[in-house]
Design a protein around this ligand. Structure first.
Ligand code: IPE
Ligand code: IPE
Ligand code: MG
Length: 250
């Protein structure tokens, strides 16, 4: 068992997902162009993985580019892809040193070749690391993931002796095993920075029971202390999964 599969410390979320929002507004507030916000945001993304590891978090997923982000101005999309292609290879030594296993969630096939290759290289070169999983969500959309899951379920059912019965007996657990996230731990804590109170198509399936935490801090200013605040807030919550408080505390 790799250490990223080992039990997490009590009160520490096993998987934290972050909507890294507010790069553009931070840049504007500093009189800078949006790309400067994204650059600063990429630095914080590198650091947050180490902070998470130090706290005992085993899996961290970072929303870097949504399926909807293709609708941004072409120049910004190109800059974001360029930033990814440039930053990832530079981050490899640090990931090796810190035991980070890099993974990706989303369909990377439409990414520009340079960015796609950088992602594939990072996955290949860190696959044996086990201190923490970094799941970068790229061209990721929760609705798209669920639609792909439905398509998977239908073709799986068609391969069964009684397809109709197979579909009728499908459970949420079996269906999750057909989603892109099938081998990713369920999200325990979902953080969004930048002040908006919405999910924006992130981790929809797991959002069913993830604890939500919203921070007004713009992502480029997110600090270790801000992560600690979110984790402390999580630790004080009671996750009941539909049960009563008495049942949970029995
Ligand atoms: C999040 O910051 C980064 C990406 C979506 C790539 P934004 O770029 O959305 O920043 P705001 O919301 O405009 O401030
Ligand atoms: C969500 O942020 C996507 C990422 C952080 C990558 P957005 O800034 O794109 O979300 P909306 O458009 O405000 O909902
Ligand atoms: Mg935004």
């Amino acid at each position: 068992m790799s250490s990223s599969e080992q039990a997490t410390r009590p009160g520490i979320p096993n998987h934290v997902g972050i909507v890294m929002d507010g790069n553009g507004r931070w840049a504007k507030s500093q009189g800078k162009v949006r790309l400067e916000g994204h650059k600063r945001g990429a630095d914080v993304a590198r650091q947050v993985v180490r902070w998470a590891r130090d706290l005992g978090i085993r899996h961290i997923s970072l929303f870097a580019f949504s399926t909807e982000n293709w609708n941004r101005p072409k120049l910004e999309v190109r800059a974001l892809m360029g930033l990814l292609a440039m930053t990832l290879p530079k981050t490899l030594p640090e990931m090796r040193e810190n035991g980070v296993r890099f993974r990706v969630l989303g369909d990377i096939s439409p990414l520009p070749a340079k960015a796609r290759k950088a992602v594939e290289q990072a996955c290949a070169e860190t696959c044996d690391n086990s201190a923490i999983d970094l799941i970068l969500c790229l061209n990721y959309g929760g609705q798209q993931e669920i639609v792909a899951g439905v398509q998977h379920a239908v073709s799986w059912a068609q391969s069964q002796a009684d397809p109709e019965k197979a579909l009728a007996e499908l459970t949420p657990e079996t269906f999750r095993s057909m989603l892109w996230r099938h081998d990713i731990a369920p999200v325990d804590l979902l953080i969004r920075t930048g002040g908006e109170r919405r999910i924006s198509n992130f981790h929809l399936w797991d959002a069913a029971y993830a604890e939500l935490y919203f921070s007004d801090v713009y992502w480029p200013e997110f600090s270790k202390q801000d992560l600690q605040l979110a984790v402390d807030d999580y630790a004080a919550r009671e996750r009941r999964f539909g049960k009563t408080s008495e049942q949970v505390n029995r």
